[in-house]
Design a protein around this ligand. Structure first.
Ligand code: SF4
Length: 68
């Protein structure tokens, strides 16, 4: 079940380090809504900052905005 969030939400799905340049496979802009992004909370990707697998809804203090 996908969820919506703002690009300033401090979760891995919105972070520049989550799966590097590719980002999340299921992260995409919400159709018809500006500054709203969709993600799948259970998607897992490697974090290139911590080198751990992280779920989309995880977070840490190295979070850096990827989208706007
Ligand atoms: S663990 Fe931290 S640095 Fe890595 S993707 Fe998530 S918020 Fe970004």
């Amino acid at each position: 079940m996908s969820k919506n969030c703002s690009p300033s939400t401090r979760i891995c799905a919105m972070c520049t380090h989550w799966n590097g340049a590719a980002g999340g496979n299921q992260v995409k802009p919400k159709a018809g809504m500006r500054h709203v992004w969709e993600y799948e909370p259970e998607e897992q990707q490697i974090c290139y900052q911590t080198h751990f697998n992280k779920k989309a809804w995880n977070s840490c203090n190295k979070w850096t905005a990827k989208y706007s």
